[in-house]
Design a protein around this ligand. Structure first.
Ligand SMILES: O=C(O)CCC(=O)C(=O)O
Ligand SMILES: [Fe+2]
Length: 244
């Protein structure tokens, strides 16, 4: 929270946390209408870089490390349990996801005077195997199910586990990557932490099942394609790009 409450000019400096460029994100640089704006800011932290973090943020770093260590074990166990049902090798996650190949995102949603006109976070799916989210008591996270949006009731004693794009590909569509968004609150700020369980860039995601729905791709390829699509179309096209 302290990091977020620093002046904007400070947060946007690359040396603020001393992580790679664009670790600090806000709004949506591609927006060309109010509806495309995200009323939020975030620190997107690749865990590979945690050791380079500015020593001034020692407490933040050790909190992130402690949280990531515990949540990564949980993510691995859950992924292995889900994998059993879809023919994925049980050692797949241990072989491809190291403790530092995942990402952590600290989100802040400031109070929003136009909460009926803008989202806190635009509808999207995550490019992870699984995402584990901790949200505070404010609420606002919604999931799409059967074409309708459902709010996730805030419970500070619970974690939310979402399926991401990579699990959908790996399980050949058995598990579906969940579309979600955050509705902005008018009067209060909201915080959340998302842990994106991801493999190394070279890891190959190959669908298990017949007929195979997606061509195999590396995680690097998936991220590069998404970045390219976001630059060109303003949005992530996602897995449909890899359909056979
Ligand atoms: O703030 C939330 O509850 C969700 C955050 C999220 O979806 C993300 O960071 O990708
Ligand atoms: Fe998300």
């Amino acid at each position: 929270m302290k990091a977020f409450h620093q002046p904007f000019e400070k947060k946007r400096e690359d040396i603020f946390l001393n992580l790679s460029a664009k670790s600090y994100r806000w709004g949506n640089p591609m927006a060309n209408s109010m509806r495309q704006l995200s009323w939020s800011e975030a620190f997107h932290i690749p865990l590979t870089e945690i050791s380079t973090m500015n020593s001034q943020h020692r407490n933040l770093r050790s909190t992130i490390e402690a949280f990531a260590t515990r949540v990564s074990r949980l993510a691995e166990s859950l992924a292995e349990i889900l994998a059993q049902k879809s023919g994925i090798k049980s050692s797949y996650f241990q072989e491809n996801c190291l403790p530092n190949t995942s990402y952590l995102r600290l989100n802040r949603y400031p109070p929003c005077p136009f909460s009926s006109k803008v989202f806190g976070l635009l509808p999207h799916s995550d490019s992870s195997f699984l995402t584990i989210v901790y949200q505070d008591r404010v609420g606002g996270l919604q999931l799409m199910r059967d074409g309708k949006w459902f709010g996730v009731k805030p419970n500070p004693n619970a974690l939310i586990v979402n399926i991401g794009d990579l699990f959908q590909a790996l399980s050949n569509g058995v598990y579906k990557s969940i579309k979600h968004r955050v509705v902005a609150a008018e009067k209060v700020e909201r915080f959340s932490v998302a842990y994106f369980y991801c493999p190394s860039n070279n890891a190959v995601i190959q669908s298990c099942g017949t007929p195979v729905l997606y061509r195999k791709f590396s995680f690097r390829e998936y991220k590069e394609q998404n970045d390219k699509d976001v630059k060109e179309t303003g949005d992530k096209v996602g897995l449909s790009r890899f359909l056979l």
